[in-house]
Ligand binder design. Structure first.
Ligand code: GAR
Length: 206
């Protein structure tokens, strides 16, 4: 199975969906470690409950962002991941991290990119009055939610939604998208060309 390291900051329901999927031996990916930027992240408890190793690399325990970036990179690399999944990881990974795992870092975002990047996807979608929102899985680059899109899933925005209700509806769809896409990537690979990503292996060059 493909080795996946998951990074979390919060509740970890997306992580839980991957852990649950991977309990089926036929699932082509395995969560080999879970990391967080804060010791209180509930996702760490989910990992421990599943007997998955955990690590914590808090920004505040490092002299600057570059030192934190290097420490996080080393902590992840120690688990020899094929793929790194950011699942509610609320920090931007740094240049060392991106250089080490280039093209192999995936993030899930609670909006339909390129709309509403940043920390408040569901709130921004509500404020804008859109009728459809959703979640986007993308290959992380140096920008904020700007990477090449791998998968998207749409949900309706209901008239009486508040931020919590919309975000919860998005997360239900998001978890399914993540589990399905990680399976496709683990089993078939991911080919990125320009702004386009598809599951599979590179074709022959004519
Ligand atoms: C998810 O909706 C994820 O897309 C979002 O946080 C939630 C985490 O939920 N991520 C971001 O907003 C990243 N900027 P979870 O902890 O229950 O998986």
């Amino acid at each position: 199975a493909a080795r996946v390291v998951v990074l979390v900051s919060g509740a970890g329901s997306n992580l839980q969906a991957l852990l649950d999927a991977a309990r089926d031996g036929a699932y082509p990916a395995e969560v080999v470690a879970v990391g967080a930027d804060r010791p209180g992240a509930a996702g760490l408890d989910r990992a421990r409950a599943a007997d998955v190793p955990t690590f914590v690399v808090p920004l505040a325990e490092h002299p600057d962002r570059a030192a934190w970036d290097a420490a996080l990179t080393d902590a992840v690399a120690a688990h020899r991941p094929d793929w790194v999944v950011l699942a509610g990881f609320m920090r931007l990974v740094g240049p060392a991290f991106l250089a080490r795992f280039e093209g192999r870092v995936l993030n899930t975002h609670p909006a339909l990119s390129p709309s509403f990047p940043g920390m408040h996807g569901p709130a921004d979608a509500l404020a804008h009055g859109v009728k459809v929102s959703g979640a986007t899985l993308f290959v992380v680059d140096a920008g904020v939610d700007t990477g090449v899109i791998v998968a998207q899933t749409a949900v309706a925005v209901e008239p009486d939604d508040d931020v919590a209700a919309l975000h919860e509806r998005i997360k239900v769809a998001e978890r399914r998208m993540l589990v399905d896409a990680v399976a496709r990537i683990a089993a078939d690979g991911l080919v990125v060309s320009g702004r386009h990503a598809r599951f599979g292996t590179p074709g022959p060059v004519h």
